[in-house]
Design a protein around this ligand. Structure first.
Ligand SMILES: Nc1ncnc2c1ncn2[C@@H]1O[C@H](COP(=O)(O)OP(=O)(O)OP(=O)(O)O)[C@@H](O)[C@H]1O
Length: 646
């Protein structure tokens, strides 16, 4: 129905509709019926209200236009602000700070997370911190099922006003539209904080405070970063914070005291700021490297962790046997190291780096990117195949300009004899620390380390040990001094007892046969009962020997099978090659014959001209021969094309 037709019929009292009604009726069919119903039943005349509503809308529009423009102008000229993206660690610092602010706790619209940093997954990945909440606002309750996860509240998307040092600040959390298509929801956001005034001092103070809070949180922890295959940075591997661990005291690493002290002294001297200047003045690259070698489970990684913890350095771990260890990947990782850190290169005896330069079958080194400061790679150094790391590539990375100065490099290997001399020459490796399977003193130390009494554990240890030694004492409230004395007495008693037991235990473990990790494994099974551990030691030695032998046999069998496979493969390859060469010889012979035949047929027509009938016979013979050769030739071509098909 045309809305303009029969309009008066819709107005019962015959009122002629206003032209604006006609227009509205045109856009919203049925509008006139609605207004007439309103008029009839409620007595409301929209004729009167519509101009008013239009005026309100207009004013609102003008107000919002001017207020937005005015706010944009104020923001541009009278405010200071900063932005933070999720792919920088400052995001984590700021989020920690924000989560501890009152406005964040009281926010009506908030995001709740169990892991404060999970949103920046490509900075931290699946963050695996042991005790993120240790010093947080909320207590982490731990029961037999593990720590109960703390909930973190942070303001949700949008703008939030808060006060800092008496000034109003705006915290804004918004989605980054540019990244929206390629990232998960958690990675799309950006944070910004702004304040009134053209001086950003207040914002810088806030950032400084956030950074201090963040550093304080990790003060007693060693932050561990691992190389991760890249998805966030265009496929290049990047450092991913994998976990933080309480600093490992040096005393818990069982190694000759002299060796430990030498290592600490050397590292302390190197990390002294004056040493940096000393290096710079003399134009010597400011780097230091240590090589730790020995059988698996003898404490190489533990020492590296202790070293990083002692000097409060972050530790960056790359395993050269990992899939990411390509030349490009490592170059990118090394160029993204902070100025002061410990880099742990694990398994440097890995394939591709193990041949020595003297080996004749070493393949030539790949052309490395021109690098003025890098040393000339050893002429015969090796390449890894398929984009894997080569020795010359690794040396370039370790010495090249891309590698940050100020880092402490620790390399570990199980097979020092396999390493190229170039890799461990002075300048690259400044100290070599050997690790060995446990001798008698080491076994004793491991035993003592496991059963040493700690004040926080004394009650449970006391129960376990005291029940056997009969020294259990009843609990009662004591003044501080008395409690201290009691603790000292108990400590001395238990230590003495552990000392005696450790000697007994060490006599049961053969020297240089088991690694500290293996012995620790046994003791952990009986961690509350040293006597039981001693009792179980003999059987454990027999069983472990048996297991090792079986494992060795299995490995030998596996190696044998692999060798057989390889030989078979080689044989098949050789046969293929042989066949190929035979075929190509046949082909050459065929083409030779063809050439001969062609030569003959080229000569053939001349003969009938110069000869009589008999010659004509000869000519037909020659023709037949040519045909024969041509046939042969065809045959050869056919067999060649067959070979090609094969
Ligand atoms: N010398 C040691 N002092 C203290 N603990 C040790 C020692 N050796 C091994 N351990 C213990 O054994 C376990 C494995 O040790 P770690 O990872 O340091 O050995 P590793 O030599 O680095 O082994 P791998 O060569 O397989 O990497 C750790 O729990 C560590 O506490």
């Amino acid at each position: 129905m045309d809305p303009f037709i029969n309009m008066s019929a819709q107005f019962p009292n015959g009122a002629v509709p206003n032209p604006q009604f006609a227009l509205l009726n045109y856009f919203f069919p049925g509008f006139s019926m609605f207004t007439s119903a309103l008029h009839t039943y409620l007595g409301i005349d929209l004729n009167f209200y519509i101009p008013l509503l239009v005026a309100i809308f207009g004013l609102n529009f003008v107000w919002s236009y001017f207020s937005t423009s005015a706010w944009a102008w104020i923001d541009e000229y009278l405010m200071s602000s900063f932005r933070v993206r999720t792919d920088d660690e400052i995001y984590n610092m700021l989020m920690l700070w924000i989560s501890r602010q009152k406005f964040s706790q009281n926010s009506r619209r908030f995001l709740v997370n169990t892991d404060l940093y999970s949103r920046s997954s490509y900075v931290w990945g699946g963050s695996n911190d042991d005790s993120d909440d240790e010093d947080g606002d909320e207590e982490v309750s731990v029961d037999i099922l593990g720590p109960k996860q703390t909930l973190h509240y942070t303001p949700s998307f949008g703008s939030h006003l808060f006060w800092y040092k008496g000034w109003p600040l705006f915290f804004e959390r918004h989605q980054n539209q540019q990244q929206i298509n390629f990232q998960s929801a958690s990675e799309r956001e950006e944070l910004s904080i702004s304040c009134f005034g053209r001086n950003p001092r207040l914002l810088k103070e806030l950032l400084f405070e956030a950074r201090q809070m963040y550093l304080k949180k990790d003060e007693r922890k060693t932050l561990i970063y691992r190389s991760s295959s890249g998805t966030a940075y265009g496929g290049e591997p990047y450092w991913q914070r994998s976990m933080s661990r309480p600093n490992r005291p040096f005393s818990t690493v069982i190694l000759s005291e002299k060796m430990k002290q030498d290592l600490i002294d050397d590292a302390a001297d190197y990390l002294n700021p004056a040493t940096r200047r000393w290096y710079a003045n003399r134009g010597i690259p400011y780097r230091r490297g240590y090589l730790l070698y020995g059988p698996p489970g003898t404490g190489k990684s533990s020492l590296s962790l202790a070293l990083a913890g002692y000097f409060r350095m972050k530790i960056y771990i790359v395993s050269l046997s990992s899939i990411n260890a390509t030349e490009e990947g490592l170059t990118s990782l090394f160029s993204n190291l902070p100025t002061r850190c410990l880099v742990l290169l694990e398994d440097i005896d890995t394939a591709g780096l193990t041949h020595t330069r003297e080996e004749p079958d070493a393949t030539p080194a790949p052309v490395a990117a021109p690098n003025p400061s890098a040393p000339t790679p050893p002429s015969g150094s090796n390449t890894g195949s398929g984009g894997r790391l080569s020795l010359s590539g690794l040396l370039n990375i370790l010495d090249g300009v891309a590698s940050q100065e100020g880092r402490l490099l620790v390399m570990t290997t199980n097979h020092i004899e396999k390493l190229d001399k170039a890799l461990i020459r002075p300048g690259r490796v400044d100290m070599i620390v050997p690790f060995s399977l446990a001798d008698k003193t080491m076994t004793e130390s491991i035993f003592r380390a496991i059963y040493a009494p700690f004040e926080s554990e004394i009650s449970s240890n006391e129960l376990a040990l005291g029940s056997k030694s009969g020294t259990s004492t009843p609990k009662r409230v004591e003044p501080d001094e008395e409690a201290k004395q009691r603790w000292a007495r108990q400590h001395a008693e238990i230590s003495e007892r552990i000392e005696v037991l450790s000697l007994q235990f060490a006599t049961k473990i053969p020297e240089f046969e088991f690694s500290p990790a293996e012995i620790q494994g046994l003791l952990l099974k009986y961690k509350r009962s040293p006597e039981d551990a001693i009792e179980a030691a003999d059987a454990w030695v027999i069983q472990t020997r048996k297991d090792k032998k079986e494992k060795e046999l299995q490995e030998a069998e596996k190696r044998r099978k692999e060798q057989e496979e390889e030989e078979k493969k080689k044989k098949a390859e050789e046969e293929d090659k042989k066949k190929e060469s035979e075929d190509s010889t046949a082909k050459t012979e065929g083409s030779d014959q063809k050439e001969n035949a062609e030569a003959k047929s080229a000569d053939a027509p001349k003969e009938p001209q110069s000869t009589g009938e008999g010659d004509a016979d000869k000519g037909s013979e020659a023709k037949a021969e040519t045909l024969e050769v041509a046939k042969d030739d065809k045959k050869n071509t056919a067999s060649d094309s067959e070979y090609e098909r094969v």
